[in-house]
Design a protein around this ligand. Structure first.
Ligand SMILES: Cc1ncc(COP(=O)(O)O)c(C=O)c1O
Length: 496
């Protein structure tokens, strides 16, 4: 039926919002085309959607209609959109896939993903699990708390790492993002105060904000030797400043990435962990400790003590909700994460969970159980792999872009780089021209911040990273020629 083929139209207002702080003056059709193209690659404008008509868009953006028409023409020529009768200018399916990160043939490079390829032993593990756990297929196939064996294995690992834990304190989730959003929507109400490091993992900020809570910020610096500002700073953390903000904000819920922070790769000093727990939990706040990348160390794979074990008063542990995941260690496609919390909180979360989903698949949990049985070996392999990749990335930057200052990452999957000029969004657009997808710095903070930074993941193979640095260098040269402070689009697509 013809109506079914009519594309969903994006309004001019919505597109203007997606373009962020875009202002017409000084921007030509090329910038507009590139920014729309980035939004398509970012996933915020989806294939099949039709772009606003030229006139309303030119009025909303404050540019001439000729500029919009020329931008649309450019998008058509580059294959991003096509004209469809009755629907106007419609977005085509994007050719880029996340596979680009790991495939031998390097064409498009997607630096919005900091996810390493599947652990090398995964196929064998799957085959072994199928042989040993055929009985799993006789079960209903999903549940909201987790298989008893898996909950016990996760609890045992926490206990071995210095945080005594019982299976009742564990809920298995669909990865860490699911856990963060479930906690946020269970504990926060409109108008509550929440707290997050800045910069931080963007989808956690979105989860907090989606509840209607106010989101205050704890500043974390890049921690580079040359970049650390104040004498009080300890590897990117200004302890007294952070404690003062934590005490002043009195949030209902704080979200922290204490070890191998995304995007800086820094580790919060142990003393600060204890003081923050006292300040936050002592004032009645809940704290999410996101440990998705906590066990990914650079250098020797080190055993990291869980954040909650740093509580000086035992009962403060009950205010901490620790989130973990196999997404970066084993495989992003294994949608298994977990929450460690007081049993009373696990009960509340389980009740809230059923509204949105009915549980984690049994088969994925069986694979997770097998992976945890050999987790130390998996982590050792990852540490070796990521250390080599980090070295290639940092050496490449030192050679080609010596004026950039990378954070002193000690783990995780990315570095945060001070590029010295407020041109991150421009750089991102120039990189896109070279088929290098790079989320601009503002994506990791509140709007308007971090134009002087980019996040660079080192999860891709060495050859891809070397090529990414070469393209960054090229993009940087075109960005800084005649660069000035510009109004640039803040992109809001997926960043993992
Ligand atoms: C800090 C952090 N937390 C959570 C997530 C989401 O992880 P998952 O894939 O387990 O949902 C990511 C993924 O990029 C992350 O970097």
């Amino acid at each position: 039926m013809p109506e079914m083929r009519t594309a969903q139209r994006l309004s001019a207002r919505r597109l203007a919002d997606l373009l962020g702080r875009w202002r017409g003056a000084g921007h030509g059709y090329r910038e507009l085309a590139e920014s729309v193209s980035l939004l398509v690659r970012d996933g915020r404008i989806v294939p099949g959607m039709s772009l606003p008509a030229e006139r309303p868009l030119s009025e909303t953006l404050g540019v001439s209609r000729t500029t919009v028409a020329a931008a649309y023409q450019r998008l058509r020529e580059s294959g991003v959109v096509h004209s469809r009768r009755g629907s106007g200018t419609v977005v085509r399916g994007s050719g880029s896939t996340r596979e680009g990160l790991w495939s031998g043939a390097i064409s498009g490079i997607d630096l919005s993903s900091a996810c390493p390829e599947p652990w090398s032993g995964l196929a064998a593990l799957n085959a072994r699990a199928a042989a040993e756990h055929a009985g799993a297929f006789k079960l209903i196939g999903y549940d909201t708390l987790g298989l008893p064996e898996l909950r016990a294995a996760i609890a045992e690992r926490y206990s071995a790492r210095g945080l005594p834990t019982s299976p009742e304190q564990i809920m298995v989730t669909l990865g860490a993002q699911h856990a963060i959003f479930l906690i946020a929507r269970t504990l926060l109400r409109r108008g509550d105060r929440s707290l997050i490091e800045s910069p931080s993992y963007p989808h956690a900020r979105e989860a907090l904000a989606s509840t209607g809570a106010l989101v205050a910020e704890l500043p974390v610096s890049a921690g580079s030797a040359a970049g650390a500002g104040s004498a009080q700073e300890d590897g990117g953390y200004d302890a007294s400043g952070l404690l003062e903000i934590a005490e002043r904000t009195t949030p209902k819920l704080a979200y922290l990435i204490p070890d191998h922070h995304n995007p800086t790769g820094l580790r919060m000093p142990d003393g600060l962990k204890s003081s923050l727990i006292t300040a936050l939990a002592g004032a009645g706040a809940y704290v999410i400790a996101d440990e998705t990348t906590a066990e990914l160390s650079l250098g020797e794979s080190a055993r990291i003590t869980p954040f909650a074990a740093h509580a000086e008063q035992r009962h403060h542990q009950d205010a901490i909700l620790t989130v973990g995941s196999l997404g970066k260690t084993v495989w992003g496609g294994l949608r298994v994460g977990w929450i460690r919390a007081a049993p009373e909180l696990i009960g509340r979360l389980e009740a809230a969970r059923r509204i949105g989903d009915l549980g984690t698949g049994t088969w994925e949990q069986v694979l997770a159980l097998h992976a945890l049985n050999q987790y130390d070996d998996i982590l050792a392999e990852r540490a070796q792999q990521l250390t080599a990749r980090h070295r290639v990335l940092v050496a490449g930057l030192a050679e080609r872009l010596p004026e950039w200052r990378p954070s002193s990452a000690v783990g995780g999957v990315c570095i945060w780089v001070d590029i010295g000029e407020r041109v991150s969004s421009r750089l991102s657009r120039a990189a896109a021209e070279l088929d290098l997808h790079l989320p601009p710095g503002p994506r990791f903070g509140s709007p308007g911040t971090f134009e002087r930074y980019v996040r660079l993941p080192f999860s891709a193979p060495e050859a891809t990273l070397a090529e990414a640095v070469r393209r960054l260098d090229q993009a940087w040269r075109s960005t800084t020629v005649g660069a000035g402070g510009t109004a640039a689009p803040v992109l809001t697509g997926a960043v993992i």
